[in-house]
Design a protein around this ligand. Sequence first.
Ligand SMILES: Cc1ncc(COP(=O)(O)O)c(C=O)c1O
Length: 373
Amino acid sequence: MPRIYLSPPDISMQDHASVDAVLASNWVAPVGPHLEEFEKTVASSVGVKHALALSSGTAALHLALQVLGVGQGDEVICPSMTFAASANPVRYLGAEPVFVDSERRTWNMDPALLEKALQERSAIKAVIVVHLYGQCAEMGKIIELCRKYDKPLIEDAAEAVGASYQGWPAGSMGDIAFFSFNGNKIITTSGGGMLLSNHQEWLSRARYLSAQAREPVLHYEHREVGYNYRMSNVLAGLGLSQFSDLKRRISAKRAHFEAYKAAFDKYQNVAMMPIQEPDEANYWLSCLTLSGGVSQRDALIAALETEDIEARPVWKPLHLQPVFDGCVCYGGQVAESLFAQGICLPSGSGMSGAERQRVIDAIISFLNEGFRS
Ligand SMILES: Cc1ncc(COP(=O)(O)O)c(C=O)c1O
């Protein structure tokens, strides 16, 4: 039986046709009509005025921080429970991340601890909020706090394309926001990202920096250090095709989550990640927590591996990562306990019902055999 992956790319014949059409057009560099169309399509679907397609979500965050003026000596708030790419660009600019723990309701940044950090620290230059595994953070409170303390809010919606919060699409709520189209995301351009904002001057500056900071003159003139961060027009063609399939992907992923939830409901030692508003998450990854700590978590992952099924622990909190040793963290125990107990399950939008049943059967047989050490 073929291996079941966590979240593999889901590439259709329509994607092949779309990429072939771009190649035939000969617009293969990071410039061309598909790029413009991809930016316009995503911006209008999210409801923001400006979008910039880039080579990765990490590049998008780097540019977002830069246009907000983050630099040496500044601090930037970031949730602890996230991928390292949510904080690495803070360090590219010589600033320091300040981590904030999760709340149990959504696994996202705890607004009460965010307020404590904002109250206590004068060096905070910006706040990064992350929508973990495709469920939005408590944005009402977080936006209110950022306004109260007059700090710009960067929305890391890397995992949340197609999700929303009280009707507001992910990517439309921060002062500046970004998506990732990495190979494991709900839609992919192999690698890629998009920066979104209603602030035209920020996105113009990001556009300029993303293309080697070239001055608008005939010859090559540069007054600042720039980056080679633009997305290729070929990949924008793939992105357009993938984006048109987003609704089906969300439904497929939601069906996986609901099937897992129904199957594990009667097991007291297992709980699915709490989803607050089922119609608003994009269900990028279905996650569960298993009581019993790290040894049980790892035993279940190993048991799935013997059936050729890929599963992984949830993100290791950034305040525990050696690279961020010494960084301040507000709270931390919730993220630590989620890490000790949390597992991401196969959630591909192309995973069949039969494959999903293989995953469910393997987990149930692990649970029925009781906890192994
Ligand atoms: C929460 C989060 N932020 C940022 C990123 C970075 O995106 P990329 O891989 O496109 O650079 C990712 C994913 O990879 C992510 O999951």
